[in-house]
Design a protein around this ligand. Structure first.
Ligand code: SF4
Length: 450
């Protein structure tokens, strides 16, 4: 049997489930509670849900999701910055599909596109470069969202743009680094996890050594693994073994892809283009040296510099240009609408917790735990802000699971998402909603529930 078939073999999977269940029962009995593990990758979250593992192990093992979805961890302020960029005349925003639907405080890229903004979905940063090359009269801004896996591709796209001599291409880099957020999560001690499943593709770039600190500093085991049912079951088996023996060293269970020192070429591409700086994460706030920002010598490709936006070493909210704020006054006021298609925001009034965007409709601004303030023709979004009732922040910190959010499956669904964790194809809420607690073990990750 080929390795690939083995990794997706349901019979092997069933045997492994039996072993893992027996192991988990022993560890759970010793702990006096279900074993709690965290997967730190949106692809793992989807695989765990879609293969039925979550349901099959329920009662013995809780598999919590962490900050592994790049769309979900994008800060509220960055969503607003992206929306602000999309409103600039002559700009085309190029982005991966999931970002388009993430709700901001007042709008989304999808909504801006419906109002006339040019928002183009691309499948790689190279597509965005091609878009700039083919549309020299427009400024193409690529929204650089992702972890160590996508940052090298963004770096290569900047190199390509330089080689082509393009002056109409830039990257809004909010790439993030996984080791610092894991340090923040474990250091906070809120999630209380017994072990970690580490992201195979991130580790392919960083190397497994980059996560050695987990065992050394926090005393919990962690396993790097791939994305098939058998990969994940093997990781669970190794983690449970280590919990029984008290060994907390990081194990590289994905050796055919991940080297201990990682991919030096990809690391070099990142270093040539980016420098590490403080970044804001949804649910976490500012984490030191957790973001990647474009180096000075490539400033002409940096959308933050081009558009005069702050770098992410900012704390305490962002001042964003808000065109045509008509009034700040009593609740329920409406503003007159500007019909110009290149003023996609139209006019807008912010008033006592309600917003009206050029029509008779008023709606709650929907900020919880944060603030939105209108001052003159600017407004400020506190980066702690989440849509009202949304618990994505706690979810990303591993404190809750999606059904703990009162909006889950009621007000918040994939068709009408309230928070990014329901929007993203790697989001925990989307995974739980799509697959529920299915207990049918299936290979691969494509099977739909029911
Ligand atoms: S169910 Fe919706 S509102 Fe609740 S945490 Fe998930 S994404 Fe946020």
């Amino acid at each position: 049997m080929s390795v690939l078939k083995k990794l997706n073999d349901p019979q092997l999977g069933r045997q492994m489930v039996k072993i893992v269940k027996e192991q988990a029962a022993r560890v759970a009995e010793r702990l006096g509670r279900a074993v709690r593990l965290m997967e730190v990758c949106g692809t793992h979250t989807m695989a765990i849900s879609s293969t039925g593992l979550r349901g099959l192990l329920s009662g013995l093992m809780e598999l919590r999701s962490g900050p592994g979805c790049p769309v979900c961890v994008t800060a509220a302020g960055d969503i607003e910055q992206m929306i602000a960029i999309s409103r600039v005349p002559g700009v085309t925003v190029a982005t991966f599909g999931d970002m388009v639907r993430v709700p901001g405080v007042l709008s989304s890229l999808e909504r801006e596109r419906a109002r006339g903004a040019r928002v183009q979905i691309v499948y790689s940063p190279a597509d965005a470069v091609a878009l700039a090359r083919d549309n020299p009269a427009r400024e193409v801004v690529f929204l650089g969202v992702g972890f160590e896996t996508t940052a090298p591709l963004a770096a290569l796209s900047i190199n390509e743009a330089a080689q082509l001599g393009l002056s109409n291409f830039s990257v809004y880099s909010i790439h993030k680094l996984v080791p610092p957020v894991m340090r923040a999560l474990l250091g906070a001690g809120e999630a209380r996890v017994d072990g970690l499943i580490l992201p195979g593709h991130v580790c392919a770039v960083t190397g497994s050594k980059a996560f050695a600190f987990i065992g050394e500093e926090y005393g919990i085991p962690a396993v790097v693994t791939g994305f098939t049912m058998v990969d994940i079951l093997d990781a669970l088996h190794v983690l449970l073994n280590k919990m029984q023996t008290g060994d907390s060293r990081v194990v590289n269970g994905y050796r055919w892809v991940v080297r201990d020192e990682g991919n030096l070429q990809a690391q070099g591409a990142i270093k040539d283009c980016f420098y590490p700086g403080d970044a804001i994460w949804r649910g976490f706030g500012v984490i030191n040296n957790s973001g990647l920002f474009i180096k000075e010598h490539l400033a002409r490709y940096d959308a933050m510099r081009k558009f005069g936006l702050d770098t992410l070493e900012r704390v305490g909210g962002l001042d964003l240009p808000m065109p045509e704020v008509d009034s700040v006054g009593g609740a329920g006021q409406c503003a007159s609408c500007n019909e110009s298609p290149r003023d996609p925001m139209g006019s807008l009034s912010v008033a006592g917790g309600f917003v009206s965007d050029g029509g008779a409709v008023t709606q709650p601004v929907g900020i919880a735990g944060g603030k939105m303030e209108a001052v003159g023709n600017r407004f400020t979004v506190d980066d702690a802000a989440e849509p009202r009732g949304c618990r994505c922040g706690e979810l990303l910190r591993g404190i809750i699971t999606p059904p703990d959010c009162a909006l889950f499956g009621r007000k918040c669904t994939p068709a009408s998402p309230v928070g990014p964790c329901m929007v993203s194809s790697e989001g925990a809420c989307a995974a739980y909603y799509r697959y529920g607690a299915t207990t049918t073990l299936v290979p691969g990750v494509e099977r739909l529930k029911g």
